[in-house]
Design a protein around this ligand. Structure first.
Ligand code: NDP
Ligand code: HSE
Length: 438
């Protein structure tokens, strides 16, 4: 049988990695797929640029539309990024009857509903394993491996750049900007790195995971997003003193009122495996009613780890080319006409425990004032430590851990605390998750 022809859009970190993996492992991949797979065409902005891969034998162009319109291309692999040109190209590819593989989480989280509908109509496949958690086959695990379960919640470290920065800051005391620069050089960061450090990239990925876990349409615009830029070294060390690690987590939980969809820094008990996931590694915890908690771990970014997921998708498409097209695994795990309208909860309705840090005048009665405000809002305290002023400073740092509280109550309490004369600056708050099996 003739090899399947792949047209690549983008020859950067992931595109280059994909060429390398497909070439190096061609024989094994063909044995798995049942057919040879060849990258025959590729598009990049500068076709003379030095690449991490050998492009010999690949027809190069600066016009990506040439690739999606080429009659010989069976599968288009979109690795350009962004959600405008990429959307046009993917829709055009589908319209031309091409199967599509993409690593582009922004594209899927924002336009997936429309893309999947077009693909279904046209009878082509759209695969996006590499869009979430780099090389970890988490989409396949939830969509296929856990399909007997009701998923209760999932929580993950799903941005490699952010985790790399937090780890280097904690372990080596390195500067935020310096580590971010290294993450960019290593090819981990997005074209716009604010997507990584402000949590937007993680929110894209969480949106996709939640849809697959709970059978709801993609609703990126409803995700709550908070980044890592406000975390200080003090918070990291106080959290450790209390037995916790700060991780940037995406959390989605099904409650009676709706589905939580939130990305923010989170205190996690240090004994949890996920609290010890460092560097560019990602990990996703998924709790199903039948299986209980399951943990998936691996490299969350980088050329070949991501290529591993891209190539696996290409193999899936090639296998499906010879099977019943009506009997494919649905894009969002649930049949398209069986998605539910369970609402995404507003952050006000989310309940979590909290870490609070405030700078307070070092005088009697201040703690009593603060605890009264918390008590008035039904917030109970689990632990408290006070750091005495050092040197010339007249303020003490007060650190508290609270029990579960409704976000709305915590917001009200924090604004009351911040208005007390004895409290200086804003109160730092970081949500906490025990991630226990219930
Ligand atoms: P890069 O910036 O390294 O590569 C982008 C590629 O697209 C480059 O080869 C670039 O060409 C090409 N390109 C951009 N615009 C055009 C255009 N108008 N016409 C033709 N070619 C164009 O990005 P990455 O490889 O890092 O990321 C690609 C996708 O994969 C993104 O969606 C990203 O979110 C996702 N992803 C990235 C991961 C990673 O670890 N980097 C991990 C998981 C997903 P040129 O090289 O000539 O400039
Ligand atoms: N910028 C992303 C990250 C790439 O650092 O996780 C992988 O999706």
């Amino acid at each position: 049988m003739e090899p399947v022809q792949v047209g690549l859009l983008g020859l950067g970190t992931v595109g280059g990695g994909t060429v390398n993996v497909l070439k190096r492992n061609a024989q094994e991949i063909a044995r798995r797929a049942g057919r040879g797979i060849e990258i025959t065409h590729a598009a990049a902005r500068d076709i003379n640029k030095k690449r991490i891969c050998d492009t010999d034998g690949i027809q190069l162009t600066v016009d990506p539309f040439e690739v999606v319109s080429n009659p010989y291309v069976d599968i288009v692999v979109e690795l350009i990024g962004g959600d405008s040109l990429a959307l046009e190209l993917v829709m055009q590819a589908i319209d031309n009857g091409k199967h599509v593989v993409t690593a582009n989480k922004a594209l899927i989280a924002k336009h997936g509903n429309e893309i999947f509908a077009a693909a279904q109509k046209k009878g082509v496949m759209v695969a996006f394993e590499a869009a979430v958690a780099g090389g970890i086959p988490i989409i396949k695990a939830i969509r296929e491996g856990l399909s007997g379960n009701q998923i209760k919640w999932l929580a993950g470290i799903i941005n490699g750049t952010g985790n790399f920065i937090l780890t280097e800051m904690r372990d080596k005391g390195r500067d935020f900007a310096d580590v971010l620069k290294e993450a960019q050089e290593l090819g981990y960061a997005e074209a716009d790195p604010t997507f990584d450090v402000e949590g937007i990239d993680a929110a894209h990925k969480l949106t996709i995971l939640a849809s697959i876990a709970f059978g709801i349409p993609l609703q990126f615009e409803k995700a709550y997003t908070e980044g890592i830029t406000t975390i200080t070294r003090d918070d990291v060390s106080y959290a450790e003193e209390l037995g916790y690690r700060i991780k940037h987590l995406g959390v989605s939980r099904k409650t009676e009122k709706g589905i939580e969809l939130r990305v923010h820094p989170t205190l996690i008990p240090e004994r949890r495996l996920i609290a010890n996931v460092d560097g560019v590694m990602n990990a996703v915890l998924v709790n199903g009613d039948a299986v209980g908690p399951t943990l998936y771990y691996g490299a969350g970014a980088g050329d070949e780890p991501t290529a591993s997921a891209v190539v696996a998708d290409v193999v899936d498409v090639v296998r499906a080319l010879t099977s019943d097209p009506e009997n494919r695994v649905p894009h969002l795990a649930f049949q398209a006409d069986a998605l539910s309208d369970t609402p995404i909860l507003s952050m006000d309705d989310v309940e979590t425990a909290y870490y609070l840090r405030m700078n307070a005048s070092d005088k009697p009665g201040v703690l009593a004032e603060v605890t009264k405000v918390l008590g008035d809002h039904d917030i109970s305290i689990e632990a408290i430590i006070q750091k005495e002023p050092e040197g010339e400073k007249k303020e003490a740092s007060v650190i508290m851990l609270t029990h579960q509280v409704l976000e709305k109550n915590m917001n009200d309490a924090i604004s009351k605390i911040e208005s007390l004369d004895a409290i200086h600056d804003q109160v730092t708050r970081i949500r906490m998750e025990t991630l226990s099996s219930d």
